[in-house]
Write a protein that binds this ligand. Structure first.
Ligand SMILES: [Zn+2]
Length: 148
């Protein structure tokens, strides 16, 4: 397994281990990773060995849907503290809870004009690459309005 700390410059890594599936070299095939519990039926974000709902270990990895609907949102109007990697100077952006067709909700930046944000907006998963301070290509994600 490749961990972020051992990766070299130029290498492509997920923004967090266990969060993405698919070859990172093919952004069109990258999906959010999830796990589905065969005991209680819960689907949750990220690959896990234990179901966060019932504690059972009968979980299997799944690729989550790349389509969803904006369930709720806010507009971030101030630069977040810490190592924020967005544009400089800061540009306000939408941050939403996206309800995937798998039923779970994922917190994600919403990449569109903030005036276009509205509950019920149809969205599609949009992985993208940014460089980190060590020169690695970090695959992160957002959602954007679904193409018509
Ligand atoms: Zn379960």
């Amino acid at each position: 397994m490749i961990t972020a700390n051992k990766s070299a410059a130029g290498e492509r890594v997920p923004i967090r281990e266990g969060l993405l599936t698919g070859p990172l070299s093919r952004l069109d095939r990258v999906r959010l990773a999830g796990c589905s519990c065969t005991t209680c039926g819960e689907t949750s974000l990220g690959s896990k060995n234990i179901c966060p709902n019932c504690g059972g270990d009968a979980v299997r990895e799944v690729s989550l849907s790349n389509h969803g609907v904006l369930w709720s949102f806010t507009v971030v109007r101030h630069r977040p503290p810490g190592n924020y990697k967005g544009p400089d100077p800061f540009v306000p952006f939408g941050l939403g809870l996206v309800e995937l067709s798998d039923g779970l909700r994922v917190l994600s930046p919403i990449r569109c004009d903030i005036d276009k944000l509205k509950i019920g907006l149809e969205l599609q998963f949009k992985p993208y690459v940014r460089k980190d301070d060590d020169g690695r290509e970090v695959v992160a994600f957002s959602f954007e309005p679904a193409s018509q």
